[in-house]
Write a protein of this length. Sequence first.
Length: 475
Amino acid sequence: MTSAGIDSGGARSPRPNIVFMMADDHASHAIGSYGSAINETPAIDRLAREGMRFDACFCTNAICSPSRAAILTGTYNHVNGVTTLDTHFDARQPTFPGMLRDAGYQTALIGKWHLGHGGIHDPTGFDYWTVLPDQGEYHDPMFLEAGGRTVVREGYATDLITDLALDWIKARDPGRPFLAMIQHKAPHRSWEPAARHATLFDDGEIPEPATLRDDYVGRATPAVEARMRMRDLSEEDLKGLVPPGLTEDEDLRWRYQRFIKDYLRCVAALDESVGRVLDFLDQMTLAADTVVVYTSDQGFFLGDHGWYDKRFMYEESLRMPLLVRYPREVQAGSTSDAIVLNVDFAQTFLDLAGVEPTRPMQGRSLRPLLNGERPADWRTSMYYRYWMHLDPSHGVRAHRGVRTTRHKLVHYYDPPQEWELFDLQEDPFEMRSLDGDRAHAAAFAELRVALDRLSDEVGDISPTADLGTPRDASR
Ligand code: CA
């Protein structure tokens, strides 16, 4: 294999290296270039300045393992089998790293895997992998490696994952392109910062989100039922007891500050990691030939709607940050508001590498968008499904939904069925569902048809069909 190919213009262009950096639960509204009001991320922002920022990147199921399976396989969760946190990934199925490896790429996975381990659940398609078991630890974490080996490494997870990735890139064969998947644990719960960031943000308060005191009036009952409120944070989450004698609102404020400061301290180390990777690529003169991606497996509620965590199809959780730098094809400082999905990533990387997928995939390559061209038939709606009905720890009901550029329809399909309809232009924080509002009945009907159409298109089985409810029945 050579590392050079022929592009459509006939000139030799190298097959790019791919550095894929993924955080766990890093919401885009905690990134400077996405307009964060609560922190600064100068290194991640450099990617936005030198590449493209996607403003409408969404996950198809806002929970860790399912999103990771969607990214690796380019398929929806009912196809790749990882619908919940408890359904481990069958790693014998084809993934884009394996396809790149078969095409001559050197491949490595460092950090969080979270798709099960042992036997058919271990990572495949990688020349080298070292991963945290399950959620892993922030401090002095253990890593799992091929052959069932375990290694305990002293230090902070974000730093160690970065060190290991840079060491691997240094030691690679420079004659062949590489894929390095750098998958951080941070800033996932339990939000444990590095020692050097322990007192960051101690001076002053982090601004509160507009919806911190949401009373859930105007939403369906799942919003009321969910156990992800500030009051649901444990002593362990908060690293201490709430001071006695606080009023209800003081209690809320105290909990929010404790939670968000630790979350943002974890993000500070992530940003440093991104800075180290970018500096390293500069020093190795690899920047021009390397696609660099920063993303997160889903978004997160940062006190929005009074919550932490994700799972719901509401914007803060649905939205993924996605920044892509590739100087050969992507204009610096560009943005795209096209709807793009986690299931698109695999085909994008294969396309950039000039490799044909060896299994049917369900996304679409983002390469035209990266090149500044939006195909006329680009999607204007997306399908979502969260399967974990009333999971005991967070109490979020299973649902599916459709999001268009303007609206969102959410269907809580287990009995008693409920719906939510939002006009995202008029109500960007999704505070008032228009379900049942006669003035919006036409939009509801149209979106309901779209939901079933999208479900059919991706081959999902309608959960209401499971319930024996005719799909064309009036609600
Ligand atoms: Ca996650």
